[in-house]
Design a binder for this molecule. Structure first.
Ligand code: ADP
Length: 494
């Protein structure tokens, strides 16, 4: 990996990536940069432009200038361009997968098979949805016709996290652009590279200058300047609860509508009638992406009658997980994204152990691998209310608690300030339904995990989020929803 100071590009995964901002179709540098390293081995990836209020101002201004023509292009014209970007994502899928793995440490095989195809799908799905599916039947009020439409709203400010950088960015970029908004994206500072590469693809695809802009930098600098900017019409944010509160305060001055997808502390409920093999497999899946998944069911709640058998099945599967370099196709779990985050996870586990809690599996860094690899961990019977069962760890750390009755299971499941997701494992449809009806969560998976349909609403209850995205819900957010009431009278032809 080499940097060329003059051109501000860096070579990663065999391609050159521009590390400057992308504003109004041009590359724009900043006086300052910050260093980006790989979680795999700490290797240098690049010095990235460190944007602030000045660059945000330029980007919002470019997005505002591009807005009228983009809005006027209509869903069909915008959709064709989004499909062209998706074609280029698919052409460069291997490159994007490699860049993302170097930048955030996610498994290369997941990036190839699941994540990058989903990036293209995010663009295609919302492009087509705006063209074909975004319809309202309209309704009649004493002969007056109500026509509901989704009008472009302006500039969407998108703030994204590091755990699935380009997938979560395009989950917002797709609907925002399809709705006719222009975009300023501020990617997470730990994982800036795929957004920058993606900007070049939008240029190559022929997206008009200023329709899509990227400003790199820190949350407290570039991010803070973006969300308080009076020139934006929407803020879509995925990240932590404290940052969402800061953003909401900044947005309040301009009353900018916000969509927040935040953390979770989701339960994985194993009922006494569950298929044990399935339950153990689903529970082990909660270690995916080294536990850096907001949706993970990190609190395993298991019926006391099957707790022992379940624990044995779980431990066998968890011990079989291979931790290693995320580029190795044999690896199941890679490193944590960043030293700061690694230390945070370790802090949670160390404190639980210091309190005398039982660490059944893992509980420490993987000494064989060194660096940022933390062993898949299970803590059993944590005291109710302890931080390990109430706060989001966002690492490969699960807890296991037992329950005797459904009421106890529901109370435990709903007993945090979060409500993002839940997993329920049961062999009895009626029993599963009775449980899911009482859970407070944006998404519930029954006998499965991570099955996602972009038509479905997605978001969190309680502190896990504000609003829903997906299908029409995305357009309800990014667009200005308008109702036109047309009288039956007053027409020259009537
Ligand atoms: P994490 O998921 O690491 O806990 P955050 O929720 O803080 O982090 O970060 C998610 C995204 O929010 C990142 O792109 C980050 O730069 C951005 N961010 C952090 N602080 C702010 C802020 N005050 N204003 C706007 N964006 C921010």
């Amino acid at each position: 990996m080499t940097t060329t100071a003059a051109s501000s590009t860096v070579e990663v995964a065999g391609v050159r990536i521009d590390t400057r901002h992308y504003i109004g179709g041009q590359r724009v540098g900043s006086a300052d940069t910050f260093t980006n390293t790989s979680p795999i081995d700490g290797g240098f990836l690049g010095d990235i432009a460190r944007g602030g209020a000045r660059e945000i101002d330029q980007a919002v201004s470019a997005a505002r200038s591009a807005f009228p023509a983009w809005a006027a292009l209509g869903a069909q014209g915008r959709g064709e361009l989004l499909h062209r970007v998706a074609d280029l994502v698919e052409r460069d899928l291997e490159t994007l997968a490699n860049i993302e793995t170097l930048d955030n440490g996610g498994l290369l095989r997941s990036n190839r098979r699941g994540v990058m195809p989903r990036v293209a799908h995010n663009l295609r799905f919302f492009a087509d949805y705006a063209i074909r599916d975004l319809k309202h039947p309209g309704f009649d009020t004493r002969g007056h016709t109500n026509v509901v439409s989704w009008d472009p709203s302006g500039v969407a400010a998108l703030i994204t996290p590091w755990n699935a950088p380009l997938m979560l960015a395009t989950w917002k970029i797709g609907p925002a652009l399809a709705a006719g908004d222009t975009v300023v994206l501020k990617p997470a500072e730990w994982t800036p590279l795929t957004a920058s590469y993606f900007a070049d693809l939008t240029k190559e695809a022929g997206l008009p200058d200023g329709v899509f802009n990227v400003v790199q930098g820190f949350g407290r600098e570039a991010g803070a300047a973006l969300v308080k900017h009076p020139g934006i019409s929407r803020i879509s944010f995925t990240g932590s609860v404290p940052t969402a509160k800061t953003i909401a305060r900044a947005a309040a001055d301009n009353l900018t509508p916000c969509s927040f997808e935040l953390g979770g502390k989701s339960p994985c409920i194993v009922l006494a009638d569950a298929d044990l093999e399935l339950a153990a497999s689903l529970a082990v899946e909660q270690y995916d992406n080294a536990g850096q998944v907001c949706l993970s069911g990190t609190r395993i709640l298991v019926h006391q009658d099957i707790a022992e058998a379940f624990s044995d099945a779980f431990a066998t599967k968890a011990r079989n997980l291979k931790q290693g370099d995320p580029r190795d196709p044999e690896s199941d779990i890679g490193p944590q994204v960043h030293r700061t985050h690694f230390e945070r996870i370790k802090g949670f586990v160390d404190r639980a152990r210091d309190e005398g809690q039982t660490v059944v599996l893992g509980g420490e860094p993987n000494a064989d691998l060194g660096g940022l690899y933390f062993r898949p961990t299970l803590i059993s019977d944590p005291p109710p209310g302890s931080e390990i069962v109430t706060q989001e760890v966002f690492g490969p750390v699960l807890t296991m608690q037992t329950f005797a009755t459904d009421d106890e299971a529901i109370a435990l499941a709903n007993g945090t300030e979060f409500g993002l997701a839940a997993v329920v494992v049961s062999g009895d449809r009626e029993h599963a339904r009775a449980i899911t009806e009482q859970l407070v969560a944006g998404t519930i998976w029954v006998n499965c995990f991570f099955v996602r349909d972009l038509r479905a609403p997605f978001g969190g209850s309680k502190k896990s989020g504000v609003g829903r995205e997906g299908g029409t819900w995305s357009f309800d957010f990014y667009a200005d929803v308008k109702n036109t009431v047309i009288a039956p009278t007053g027409w020259k032809d009537s």
